[in-house]
Design a protein around this ligand. Structure first.
Ligand SMILES: NC(=O)c1ccc[n+]([C@@H]2O[C@H](COP(=O)([O-])OP(=O)(O)OC[C@H]3O[C@@H](n4cnc5c(N)ncnc54)[C@H](OP(=O)(O)O)[C@@H]3O)[C@@H](O)[C@H]2O)c1
Length: 295
């Protein structure tokens, strides 16, 4: 086609019209919320991570069902979401109580018609073992985090998946830490628990992805805004005499940008992963350790 010919002019015009349509479509897409009308259930929503993820999902248009063992922190997250113009309903649910989880999911399905996203962000069942050497732990103390973390993840994932399979669509998510892949002292069975959860993410995905359900974990670095890290600091400081600044500096020095992630950064990533824009991602745990842990 010769440049300047009538065929070229017509091609060139069509091409420029297509580009404009493409830009307009993308601009339109940019204004769309990533999780518009998705129905999301969060376990451990009263915690630092669960609460931040719930707020980020709501900002992206999801309808939230937030749950936790104790009601007050979950109510507070739901209230924040409601007053920011979002939609959230709170419930008291122990994520280790199979019947309570099942009843609640039935309630969600009856009320919202379906479940699109399940996030298990439940925390440590017994932080008393932190700081105790492995050689001093008895078998029950050692295995408690392994049993509790994997069982609650298994139950919440399995019961959500049973409701997602008929729709051939859904996203199941959880949170782990770099203890899954690095030897760290004085954390009892926490490391094996995190490694087991990451293995369960892969296995759930291997079974569920053919049925349209993605299963993905997030592995963030320590976020100093959270009570979990402040609590860990208190214990570490007692043993080593570190200040809060030194403690954060130690963690930050292990990352490439020499700073720690914020809860908001982690939650934004969670929203992206839960969205259809991440449709090509399943069977993995996303490394959010900012370079402190190589893949
Ligand atoms: N904070 C960080 O910087 C960080 C970084 C990487 C990974 N993580 C991991 O991410 C997870 C969540 O961390 P987080 O900082 O958000 O912890 P968190 O603030 O302690 O929150 C954990 C939440 O889990 C709830 N929970 C515990 N057992 C439960 C159960 N059986 N059923 C329902 N809810 C239960 C707790 O509720 P109650 O208080 O009502 O019991 C609490 O609201 C932990 O596994 C943590 O190790 C944390």
């Amino acid at each position: 086609m010769a440049k300047g010919s009538s065929a070229w002019m017509s091609f060139s015009r069509r091409s420029s019209l297509m580009k404009r349509a493409d830009v307009a479509a993308r601009a339109q897409k940019g204004t769309e919320m990533m999780l518009q009308d998705k129905v999301a259930v969060i376990y451990g929503a009263g915690g630092g991570i669960g609460g931040a993820v719930a707020r980020a999902f709501a900002r992206e248009g999801a309808r939230l069902f937030v749950t936790g063992r104790h009601r007050a922190p979950v109510d507070s997250v739901a209230k924040d979401i409601d007053s920011a113009g979002g939609s959230a309903e709170a419930a008291t649910i122990d994520a280790l109580d199979e019947q309570a989880v099942d009843r609640h999911l039935q309630y969600v399905t009856d009320r919202a018609g379906r479940i699109d996203i399940s996030v298990n962000a439940v925390g440590d069942p017994d932080t008393q073992v932190l700081g105790v050497p492995l050689v001093e732990l008895d078998a029950g103390q050692f295995s408690l985090p392994i049993t509790a973390y994997t069982t609650s993840y298994f139950l919440t994932a399995r019961l959500a998946a049973r409701r997602m399979v008929p729709n051939r669509s859904g996203v199941i998510m959880t949170v782990t830490t770099l203890h899954s892949r690095t030897g760290l002292p004085l954390v009892g069975g926490f490391g094996p628990a995190m490694a087991a959860k990451e293995a369960l993410t892969r296995d759930l995905s291997a079974e569920l992805a053919p049925q349209g359900i993605r299963v993905i974990g997030l592995r963030p670095q320590a976020m100093p805004e959270t009570a979990t890290i402040q609590h860990a600091f208190e214990r570490r400081a007692k043993a080593s005499g570190m200040t809060w600044e030194q403690f954060q500096g130690l963690f930050a020095s292990r990352t490439h940008p020499r700073r720690l992630m914020t809860l908001e950064e982690m939650a934004n990533m969670a929203a992206f992963i839960a969205s259809d824009q991440a449709s090509g991602m399943t069977g993995t745990t996303v490394n959010l350790t900012m370079g402190s842990l190589d893949d």
